[in-house]
Design a protein around this ligand. Structure first.
Ligand SMILES: Cc1cc2nc3c(=O)[nH]c(=O)nc-3n(C[C@H](O)[C@H](O)[C@H](O)COP(=O)(O)O)c2cc1C
Length: 286
């Protein structure tokens, strides 16, 4: 990326209004080159991603697939397929978000779209195989610089649309907030994580720091995702697990940029959880 990842993360937002103009050849090429290298998730899942042009009927089809919000004028989509594996959704979230940050650095607008894509026209566009899933896609194109974009910047500056750090990050145990001073060198990776996009902006990530690790937990939203009737009936992907992968991506890319080495390990530290909607996902050992 050209700019520091912390800056790219601040710049990214869910763009829902695009100019009706194709992405230029140069940027298409750079993005395609990046996607070709973005194939293995941090937890080992194999995936593949492609940039495809929007065709007639795509925008109408989106609404039938359970996505929300109205996407106007997107000229393309990044579509991915991940091989089924125990951590496929987290890995998919990580890899797609990396592609989104790369596209943001190129000055392009993006918006995650979660729904029931696995057997849709979008899955057909990348010829999804039986052993693969398509949990979400990304709309991509040229940002329309309308008043909406300016409003967004104002709102973002007030920081009103993210939970405060003390509700997300904890020290040793849930309920004991991790203060910025305590976070030390990891204050920036945690702040980058806080600005991660999440389905319906639910921000389900909770992080508990111990001596040598950051343990990532998913605090499921009541009545949303796995376990809810709507989720079951619509055969929605478990988008909050995708959110966890996105958070891992923001955290790791920022840590690496700061020279903080570490690795992901799935090893439950058996910390007491606040309720049965909270589940352990993965740990970063720094
Ligand atoms: C997995 C996932 C699915 C999403 N699905 C949709 C969607 O279907 N429609 C939409 O307009 N936005 C969707 N979003 C965007 C979120 O609403 C957005 O990221 C969140 O509100 C935070 O805003 P921001 O991205 O501008 O920071 C999705 C985001 C994620 C991570």
């Amino acid at each position: 990326m050209q700019k520091p990842v912390t800056e790219v993360i601040r710049q990214r937002f869910s763009c829902r209004t695009f100019l009706d103009q194709p992405i230029d050849d140069q940027r298409q090429r750079l993005l395609a080159e990046f996607l070709a290298t973005n194939q293995v998730g941090p937890l080992g899942t194999q995936a593949r991603f492609a940039l495809v042009a929007a065709t007639q009927g795509d925008h109408e089809a989106l609404r039938g697939l359970g996505t929300y919000g109205f996407i106007k004028g997107a000229t393309g989509f990044i579509i991915g397929a991940a091989e089924r594996s125990p951590k496929d959704l987290e890995d998919y979230g990580y890899l797609m978000e990396h592609a989104i940050l790369f596209a943001t650095d190129l000055g392009l607008g993006t918006c995650w779209l979660g729904g029931t894509f696995s057997r849709s026209r979008f899955a057909e566009k990348i010829e999804v195989r039986r052993d693969e899933i398509v949990p979400a896609v990304t709309a991509i194109g040229t940002i329309a610089q309308g008043p909406q974009a300016r409003d967004w910047i104002r709102e973002r500056a007030r920081g009103t649309d993210r939970l405060p750090a003390e509700q997300l990050f904890f020290e040793q145990q849930f309920g004991k907030p991790l203060l910025a001073v305590g976070a030390g060198a990891y204050a920036a990776p945690l702040e980058a994580l806080r600005w991660a996009p999440s389905a319906s902006n639910k921000q389900p990530w909770r992080i508990v720091r111990t001596e040598n690790a950051f343990h990532f937990y998913l605090a499921r939203t009541k009545g949303y995702g796995k376990g809810s009737l709507l989720f079951f009936l619509l055969q929605f992907a478990d988008l909050q697990r995708v959110d966890m992968g996105i958070a891992m991506c923001h955290f790791e890319l920022t840590a690496r940029e700061l020279g903080l080495a570490g690795r992901w390990v799935v090893q439950d530290p058996n910390i007491a959880k606040p309720d049965d909607r909270t589940e352990y996902i993965v740990s970063w050992f720094g």
